[in-house]
Design a protein around this ligand. Structure first.
Ligand SMILES: Cc1cc2nc3c(=O)[nH]c(=O)nc-3n(C[C@H](O)[C@H](O)[C@H](O)COP(=O)(O)OP(=O)(O)OC[C@H]3O[C@@H](n4cnc5c(N)ncnc54)[C@H](O)[C@@H]3O)c2cc1C
Length: 495
């Protein structure tokens, strides 16, 4: 350990990225302090229990199922038996609003089908025979593209990539409105094609719809517990106010529970809050500060929690979409300025349909999310049009819902910001994912995990990982743990 330091590494924040990184480093023998401002780990996907209901506070559906990054970390930690991961049957969960305005659930796949039969999907989406070839070509090319070829798609958007296929409108609506938009929460004409292809390929090949009993946040709680079980310190309800820097090197952090020292600090607090607030602009070159200010977060995902006194919905999770419910930059701008489209995609999750302990007997909690502004200071007035859309679409699809609502709890991007990330720039703080996985800042062009200050690193969805939300954050946790472990060994052995 560095002379005069209490710890080898301090990790700020026990989101999926921070807790995975801290748990792995502790398991590999480094002396780690994990410092979290909330009472428990999980960040944007924390698990909650209230009045007999247990879940994440909003829709959190993870993907892929096969070879997911949660299991990679849990296995290395030797804690695979501490969390029960579940993959509920998604039958009927995806619901398509067809040309006649009718909401039609996706038909079941025959039980003996190992992979989805595209014709079942095309029939459901009412795609005429003559137009299926274009859709099949797109699905095949996305599924089979090599990692090297995916990497070459950094500089165009996913919309530009898809444009060459001339997809039938309903196929575009399904791929983008139902899958892409739920994974990235950033418009298809801004998301880097490399990211879009990589995520859709992983879902086609390795499936999606992974949850944990007790809420997916249980996974991050387990990662954080690994710090304690491997001799480190896990401090909760401790907010880092400052990252301490002396002569261009980090020396530790100052919190409301005192000062902690280490020559390495890994921040899961978001690159923008870390640079602009926790360290302070004055410690960086102007060009780096400008670069950080220019980075664009994903959109927010506000919505409503419905507590029902009866089991109304059979499906465990799904999306409700039409051929016109996908988002583009222009559509989102118009909606944010008050021109809300008729159809927007809705994500819903019913935790008690895959976890018998998620709701009291006979009751149901329904979590519903839609895209919305990422502003961490959003007001109820700003959010009302988005909450109203949740009601409108859910009640059309599940007409029995309204009469069984015992309590309705809207939630906003402000709630996300308060729980996780400080607002330091306009329209930021309440982002759903982290930085948007966009052209110019996605794929191979993501920010470096190493900040231009000695000993400072970023972990979580802003840097170092690939994939969807919680998986991307965990993947970053794995990759940043490797980088930090090497940095630590080099600096102890060679300086
Ligand atoms: C409404 C909503 C729905 C979502 N749905 C999905 C989904 O369906 N599937 C999916 O995979 N992902 C989903 N996500 C996204 C996913 O939850 C996030 O991308 C992921 O959890 C981010 O992890 P992270 O490690 O990058 O950071 P965060 O979750 O932001 O964690 C950061 C941690 O750092 C702590 N912290 C911050 N500042 C400080 C400080 N100064 N001092 C101490 N601690 C600090 C925070 O309290 C937090 O615990 C959703 C997110 C939201 C908001």
């Amino acid at each position: 350990m560095a002379k005069g330091s209490q710890f080898d590494v301090i990790v700020i924040g026990a989101g999926f990225g921070g807790s995975a990184c801290a748990g792995l480093l502790a398991k590999r023998g480094l002396k780690v302090a994990l410092i979290e401002k909330n009472a428990k780990a999980g960040g944007k996907a924390m698990a909650f229990s209230k009045n007999g209901f247990t879940s994440t506070p909003w829709v959190v559906i993870t993907a892929p199922i096969i070879e997911n990054s949660f299991e990679k970390v849990l296995n290395e930690l030797g804690m695979g038996d501490r969390v029960e991961l579940v993959t509920p049957d998604p039958s009927g969960g995806a619901i398509f609003r067809n040309g006649k305005g009718k909401y039609v659930p996706m038909p079941d796949m025959p039980a003996d089908n190992a992979v989805m039969d595209p014709n079942i999907i095309f029939d459901w989406l009412e795609i005429p025979e003559a137009e299926r070839e274009a859709a099949l070509l797109a699905l095949t090319e996305i599924t089979l593209m090599s990692p090297e070829d995916i990497d070459k798609q950094d500089n165009i958007s996913f919309a530009e990539f898809l444009a060459k296929y001339n997809l039938p409108k309903a196929a575009y609506g399904y791929l983008v409105g139902s899958i892409h938009d739920a994974c990235f929460v950033a418009p298809v004409d801004a998301v880097a094609a490399s990211e879009g292809i990589q995520v859709l390929q992983s879902i086609f090949l390795r499936s999606g719809g992974l949850f944990a009993k007790g809420g997916i946040g249980r996974v991050a709680e387990t990662f954080a517990q690994a710090v304690v079980e491997n001799g480190g310190k896990y401090v909760t309800r401790a907010k880092v106010e400052k990252i301490l820097v002396s002569d261009g090197k980090v020396t530790g952090v100052a919190t409301n529970k005192g000062t902690f020292n280490a020559p390495i600090v890994v921040s899961n607090a978001g690159i923008q809050p870390t640079v602009l607030k926790l360290v302070g602009e004055e410690h960086f070159d102007r060009s780096f500060v400008t670069y950080v200010k220019d980075l664009v977060p994903s959109q927010g995902l506000p919505g409503v929690r419905y507590f029902l006194n009866k089991k109304v919905i059979e499906q465990p999770f799904g999306t409700i979409f039409s051929d016109d419910s996908y988002w583009t930059l222009e559509r989102f701008n118009k909606a944010a300025c008050g021109e809300m489209p008729e159809d927007i995609a809705v994500l819903y999750e019913v935790p008690s349909n895959y976890d018998e302990n998620a709701a009291p007997d006979g009751k149901q909690i329904v979590l519903v999310s839609v895209w919305g502004p990422a502003d961490g200071m959003s007001t109820a007035k700003d959010m009302k049009p988005w909450w109203d859309k949740c009601d409108e679409i859910m009640f059309k699809v599940f007409p029995d819902m309204p009469k069984h609502i015992e309590r309705r709890e809207p939630y906003s991007s402000k709630n996300v910001s308060v729980l996780t990330r400080d607002k330091v720039l306009p329209n930021q703080g309440g982002e759903c994912i982290g930085l948007g996985q966009l052209v110019g800042q996605g794929g191979g062009q993501k920010p470096s995990v190493k900040a231009p200050i000695q000993g400072l690193f970023f972990v979580g969805c802003d840097a170092g990982g690939y994939g969807v939300g919680t998986q991307q954050a965990t993947d970053s946790g794995i990759n940043v743990a490797n980088v930090v472990q090497r940095y630590h060994l080099m600096h102890t052995a060679m300086t």
